[in-house]
Design a protein around this ligand. Structure first.
Ligand code: HEC
Ligand code: HEC
Length: 276
C-alpha cells in the first residue's frame, strides 16, 4: 500500500515537471514569435516613415547625398543587442544636428566636399513630427530593413503645375524649364511646388555652394563624377580645413545618366544656379 502511494507521488511529480518544462518551452517559443512579429511591424512602419521623410536627403537606397549614407554596415544589427548603435541613431533622429537649414557644402583643397547642413530634429520633444514609437520604427528600419524596398514606397511625384522662375533672363527660364520637364528630372526632384521625392529638393540648389563645372559634370555623367556629394559631416570647425573626422564613403549613385546637347546642358545649369 505504502509502496503504491510512493509510486503515485513520484509519477505525479515527474508529470508536473514534464508539463512545466513543456509549458516553458512553448512560452519561450511564443515570446520569440511575438518578438519577431513586433520587429517585423516596426521595420515595415519604419520603411514607410523613411520613404516619406528621409529619402530626399539620405537617398532612396540610403546611399547619401544631402545627408550621410545610412546603408552602412556599421549600422546593421539587432537593436536589442547593438544598443550603442541603436541609441546613437535614435538620438540623432530625435534631436537632429546643427547646421544650415538649406544644404550648404564647401569644397576642400582635396576636391572633396564638407557638409554644413543641419539634420532636422524629428522627435516631437524637439519640435519634430515623430512620436517615440515612430522614432523606434525608423531606427529599427535602418538597422534591419531592406533598402531595396524603399523606392516602391516613395510618394508619387506632382507633375501638374509651373516650375518657378530662376534669377536668369526670361528666355533661359522658359527654355530651361521645357528641357527639365522633357528630360524627366521632375519624376525624382522637387523644384518649387512640382516634382518628386527620390532625389534632393532642388528649389534652392543655386545656394548650396555648387558651381557650373560641377553641375555640368554631374548632370551629364553622375556615375563618373568623382566628388559628387559631401564625405565630411558634423564639420563645425574651420570651413576650409580638412576635418579631423574620417570621410564616409558614399554608396553607388541612384541618379540616372540622361542625354543632353551642349546647349541644353548650359541652359539647365544656368537655370539651376539661378534657383535661390
Ligand atoms: C533636410 C535634409 C535631411 C532630412 C530630410 C533628413 N536628414 Fe538625416 N541628416 C541630414 C544631415 C545633413 C546629416 C548630417 C549632419 C552632420 O552631422 O553634419 C544627417 C544625419 C543623419 C544621421 C546620422 C548619420 C551619421 O552618420 O552620423 C541619421 C541616423 C539620420 N540623419 C537619419 C535620418 C532619418 C531617419 C530621417 C527621416 C526621418 C532623416 N535623417 C531626414 C539631413 C537630413
Ligand atoms: C530616377 C530619379 C532621378 C532623375 C530622373 C533625376 N535625378 Fe537627380 N538625383 C537623383 C538622386 C537619387 C540623387 C541623389 C544622389 C545620388 O543618389 O547619388 C540626385 C541628385 C541630384 C543633384 C544633386 C547632386 C549633387 O551631388 O549635388 C542634382 C543637382 C540633380 N540630381 C539634378 C538632376 C537633374 C537636372 C535631372 C534631370 C536632367 C535629374 N537630376 C534627374 C535621382 C534622379
Amino acid at each position: 500500500m505504502r509502496y503504491r502511494k510512493y509510486v503515485v507521488v513520484i509519477v505525479s511529480a515527474w508529470l508536473l515537471i514534464l508539463i512545466w518544462t513543456g509549458y516553458l518551452l512553448l512560452e519561450n517559443r511564443r515570446m520569440a514569435i511575438a518578438r519577431e512579429e513586433h520587429l517585423h511591424n516596426l521595420v515595415s512602419r519604419g520603411l514607410q516613415i523613411f520613404a516619406s521623410n528621409c529619402v530626399t536627403c539620405h537617398g532612396p537606397l540610403g546611399e547619401g547625398v544631402v545627408g550621410p549614407p545610412l546603408n552602412r554596415e556599421e549600422f546593421r544589427g539587432d537593436p536589442d543587442e547593438e544598443t550603442d548603435v541603436y541609441d546613437f541613431l535614435y538620438t540623432t533622429i530625435d534631436q537632429g544636428r546643427p547646421g544650415s537649414t538649406d544644404p550648404r557644402w564647401v569644397r576642400l583643397e582635396t576636391g572633396e566636399w564638407a557638409s554644413f547642413t543641419a539634420m532636422p530634429a524629428w522627435g516631437q520633444a524637439h519640435g519634430g513630427p515623430l512620436n517615440p514609437q515612430e522614432l523606434r520604427a525608423v531606427t529599427t528600419f535602418i538597422m534591419m530593413g531592406d533598402w531595396n524596398e524603399v523606392v516602391s514606397h516613395i510618394p508619387a511625384a506632382r507633375l501638374e503645375g509651373e516650375l518657378p522662375d530662376a534669377q536668369v533672363p526670361d528666355e533661359v527660364n522658359q527654355r530651361a524649364k521645357e528641357i527639365i520637364q522633357l528630360k524627366g528630372c521632375l519624376a525624382c526632384h522637387t523644384i518649387g511646388q512640382v516634382g518628386g521625392f527620390q532625389g534632393p529638393d532642388l528649389t534652392k540648389v543655386g545656394t548650396w555652394g555648387l558651381d557650373e563645372a560641377f553641375l555640368k559634370q554631374w548632370i551629364s555623367d553622375p556615375a563618373g563624377t568623382e566628388h559628387r556629394a559631401p564625405v565630411y559631416w558634423s564639420n563645425y570647425g574651420d570651413p576650409t580645413a580638412v576635418p579631423a573626422n574620417p570621410p564616409i564613403a558614399l554608396g553607388p549613385t541612384q541618379m540616372p545618366q540622361l542625354a543632353f546637347t551642349e546647349e541644353e546642358l548650359d541652359l539647365v545649369v544656368e537655370y539651376l544656379l539661378g534657383l535661390k
